[in-house]
Design a protein around this ligand. Structure first.
Ligand SMILES: [Zn+2]
Ligand SMILES: [Zn+2]
Length: 252
């Protein structure tokens, strides 16, 4: 199984429109971060986790030639604004694409993209089959387990795909979900900034604590803001907890 990090930035992306925080970025391309998304593929499946505002640019940049399944973690626009652009894959693949999310995630998709469904469906618009995910299911050679956790006042659904667990926009993780993650070989976890603490996101030091507690051999951090420099941050972090960067490809 391979995973390409399509984006690793916080909700406004890095750098932010208007120049906020730009002065802190050096020329390291790993400090330019599109909104968070990941592309996971095996011999038998190509899976997209989240489709944010840069989905079209990400899919071209990483040469994504087909998508069999889409998993959406939650309703914030940095994770679902790109759903309309799945249309290109409908045309290419000549069919609808199954999409799995929580009940709240599906409700948001139906209301924001109302022109894709029912008698209002606009001719030629994106075709996705909505499925509520509540328990583990299999898709070709991947066992997919939903991982519910807390992001301030809302619940997010991360996903475990075989030995790879992906949890973005994390504030706290219940013990029941920690046991579902246990035994993964690779964990992806969000870490917004070094500090101060944030009401809806783990900071990087808090994410390291979670990674240490879960004892996964390798953890990659995502969803960083403009104030997080890639190279100097990774030097401060333990070797088994490192920042990911856009287009990093890993093998699990
Ligand atoms: Zn987010
Ligand atoms: Zn969010």
């Amino acid at each position: 199984m391979k995973c390409t990090f399509l984006g690793t930035g916080t909700s406004m992306g890095v750098p932010v429109a208007g120049g906020f925080g730009r002065e802190l970025l050096n020329s390291d391309p790993r400090n330019q971060r599109y909104r968070c998304s990941a592309w996971v593929r095996t011999d038998k499946a190509s899976v997209l986790i989240d489709a944010g505002p840069e989905f079209r640019l990400q899919s071209i940049r990483s040469d994504i030639d087909h998508i069999d399944l889409v998993l959406i973690t939650h309703e914030h626009m940095d994770h679902m604004a790109g759903i309309d652009d799945l249309r290109a894959y409908n045309y290419k693949q000549q069919g609808s694409i199954p999409l799995f999310s929580s009940r709240n995630g599906l409700r948001s998709i139906r209301s924001r993209f109302d022109y894709l469904f029912g008698k209002n469906k606009y001719p030629g618009s994106t075709s996705i089959e909505l499925n509520e995910v509540t328990k583990p299911f299999s898709f070709n050679d991947i066992k997919i387990t939903p991982l519910p956790y807390n992001h301030g006042d809302i619940e997010v659904t991360g996903f475990r795909l075989n030995d790879f667990s992906y949890m973005t926009d994390v504030k706290s993780i219940p013990d029941s979900t920690k046991s579902l993650v246990s035994g993964s070989k690779v964990l992806v976890l969000s870490g917004l900034r070094w500090g101060p603490k944030h009401p809806t996101h783990l900071t990087i030091p808090e994410a390291v604590e979670v990674a240490e507690e879960l004892k996964i051999p390798m953890t990659y951090l995502i969803h960083m803001n403009s104030y997080v420099d890639h190279e100097s941050s990774n030097k401060k972090l333990p070797p088994h907890v490192q920042l990911a960067f856009d287009q990093l490809e890993i093998t699990i």
